[in-house]
Design a protein around this ligand. Structure first.
Ligand SMILES: O=C(O)CCC(=O)C(=O)O
Length: 273
């Protein structure tokens, strides 16, 4: 079994960490290999029923996914090195003909508080097979973790211009901030699509960066963190989005302050020139 001890975790760098703060998700491609992924797929096919939270006991090989150095390193970078696996997990078996879900946020995860400037919990979704666009990939809207809404309200929402349809290679793990608006899409193919969802939680508040922090590299990311394109919101909310990103960076970095140097963002060519 692969075990990611603290020393062999592959941590995110500053650019990747800022990507996560802006978008609220990242896709980790593991090198577990075709034989491994196919083996998990076959075991899923052989399950007589959905074991619910017992999926890890039913298929212990899933430990290898969630302790993979890149997966464990990403989780540690985002949730702190003492993060833990939550007790709830779920195997989604989407048969051909499964319809789309509505946009939603999950409930549970040991916390009822939504956290627009914090990372308290993430979803980590593993796909043991390639997921093509017609096989019911997971959809999400980047940046929406900074604007948590109620699932009740989302029930009437449709397609968004910036939505991401996460077609992935077998062995990928989609790691998503708990408050990102997401949904399973319709499976109009002839293939079953599996997705095994685990939840991971923060155990303690950060006192220092838990990613591969480099002060110069972090400073180089500051303009993007403040102005980079993220959630599909109007310009009126751009200030709030920026403030929440910086607050999230500060929460993740503990005692290290956001490397904020003033620069004149309005100087430059006239619009249209
Ligand atoms: O089936 C999917 O891809 C997404 C499932 C989902 O939204 C969830 O488990 O909360």
């Amino acid at each position: 079994m692969t075990s990611a001890t603290t020393s062999d975790r592959v941590l995110l760098n500053d650019e990747q960490l800022v990507d996560f703060i802006i978008n609220g998700y990242t896709i980790v491609e593991t090198d577990l290999g075709d034989e491994f992924n196919r083996g998990v797929f076959d075991q899923l096919e052989a399950l007589p029923e959905n074991p619910g939270d017992g999926i890890l006991e039913a298929i212990p090989a899933l430990n290898d996914v969630y302790s993979h150095p890149k997966v464990a390193g990403t989780l540690a970078s985002i949730l702190g090195s003492d993060y833990y696996m939550y007790q709830h997990r779920h195997c989604h078996r989407n048969m051909p003909g499964t319809p789309s879900q509505m946009w939603h946020l999950d409930g549970g995860a040991g916390t009822t508080e939504r956290s627009p400037d914090h990372v308290q919990a993430v979803l980590a979704m593993y796909y043991p097979q390639d997921v093509e666009s017609n096989m019911g990939p997971t959809a999400l809207i980047p940046g929406t973790h900074l604007f948590p809404s109620s699932t009740d309200r989302m029930a009437s929402y449709g397609n968004f211009k910036n939505q991401v349809i996460a077609t992935v290679n077998a062995g990928s793990v989609l790691i998503v901030h708990y408050d990102v608006w997401h949904a399973g899409t319709a499976n109009s193919s002839d293939n079953v699509r599996y997705m095994i969802k685990f939840l991971f939680n923060r155990a303690s508040e950060s006192t220092k960066p838990s990613w591969d922090y480099d002060p110069a590299a972090a400073a180089a990311q500051a303009p993007r963190l403040q102005l980079g394109k993220g959630a599909p919101v109007t310009r009126a909310l751009a200030g709030l989005e920026k403030n929440r990103r910086i607050a999230m960076w500060n929460n993740l970095a503990g005692d290290v302050d956001f490397p904020d140097e003033y620069w004149d963002q309005w100087k430059g060519p006239w619009p249209g020139h």
